[in-house]
Design a protein around this ligand. Sequence first.
Ligand code: EPU
Length: 455
Amino acid sequence: MKSALSVTPDRSAGEEPEGDVLAIRGGRPLTGRVEVKGAKNLVTKAMVAALLGGTTSTLRDVPDISDVKVVRSLLEVHGVKVWDGEDEGTLHFDPSGAVAAHFEAIDAHAGASRIPILFCGPLLHLLGEALIPDLGGCRIGDRPINFHMDALRAFGAVVDKSYEGIRITAPDGLHGANIELPYPSVGATEQVLLTAVKAKGTTELRNAAIEPEIMDLIAVLQKMGAIISYEPNRVILIEGVDELRGYDHRAIFDRNEAASWACAALATDGDIFVGGAKQQEMLTFLNVFRKAGGWFDVHEDGIQFRRDGALKPVVVETDVHPGFMTDWQQPLIVALTQATGTSTVHETVYENRLGFTQALVQMGADIVVHPQGIDSADRRVPRRALEQAAVINGPTPLHAADVEVPDLRGGYSYVIAALTAEGESVVRNVGIIRRGYEKFLTKLDDLGADFDVIG
Ligand code: EPU
């Protein structure tokens, strides 16, 4: 990597370059090894769970990403002591000094992440009230919080919208509840878990999300002393307890990052070993990867990904676990632009998660987005009102363009597209990618990508 800027990364010190704009020269396969750490979508929740413990918690394999920084800072403004362990990626949390935070301190985090909403249950147990700032996160749909608020009300909480944000109180404490989610929402399931573990009595949650990251959060809570059983048909039973202690936990690996690098190998005709990736949590992805013309080899310490001849078109429908994750479709679509034939990707989880394809079209891809979805035989799940579909005709050579990153996964996909394209692309606003991909510029450099940080 040549640095065209004053930002000269010192690789010997393991320093990740800063900067928000990349000039990327494509056409070089990505080859080599990258390591993935703990899953963003578990780590941030396990950090919140530390608030519930009576003693210090230790979380291992924490990635250095900006979502972790936001949650760390929010814990700190609530009086939780957070410090780095001796091993890289280890964080310790001491919640014994937890206090209500000032509105200004909380508000400083507004718009930065969606995790603050998960502070509700723990803060209600600890302090009797919670103040939630405006939520951030990727703009991939409306992302309402009605399931969260309805669940909190079922536990006995009172929700008031004030000029400061949302103020939630529990004048009579929180009690167990019978809750059926209208949709197996990841966040709402976590909300219920983090609230029910210390509520009085038993909670039955139906239509729960069962993503591996949720199962790992249940493991964290069980280590803390919670009693949680996972029943058939998306039912989770939680028996509330009076006290929880701290935990020591190594986070489940980030399967979204692993899938992203796998797609990068597919798109650029490279060969990437993803250290830390495991097969079980990626079964659905691996099937699609293979059908699309990918080859993989599962090792003790990771999975190797490359092409197995020409890329082939696939029909994919995103879904809740154990379906094909919505976070996997963006990097996959980049690879599908290089497959011979017509692929279809139905997005059923978010209503606006195919908008990123516009930039791929600007780069020469043949992608048509059908905002109302399209009919197709053998659908695995009933159509959701939110559904969209992208039809991708390939192969189309991609050419360089000047593009602006819209969201986390879309942004990563633009980088991969630029690496697949002929010529020098400019990719702006790459800071968003740091929300969920640790040291991604260092990793790209390790894999032989040709780019400069130019702004
Ligand atoms: N929904 C509602 N009301 C609610 C909550 C959700 O209508 O109160 C809808 C959403 O609008 C969406 C669907 O339910 O259409 C699913 O949302 P869910 O609650 O499952 O998503 P989330 O918890 O906000 C997490 C991840 C996302 C990931 C989804 C799906 C975190 C921080 N985020 O979001 O990750 O795509 O689950 O697996 O865990 C990412 O990593 O880039 C990312 C967006």
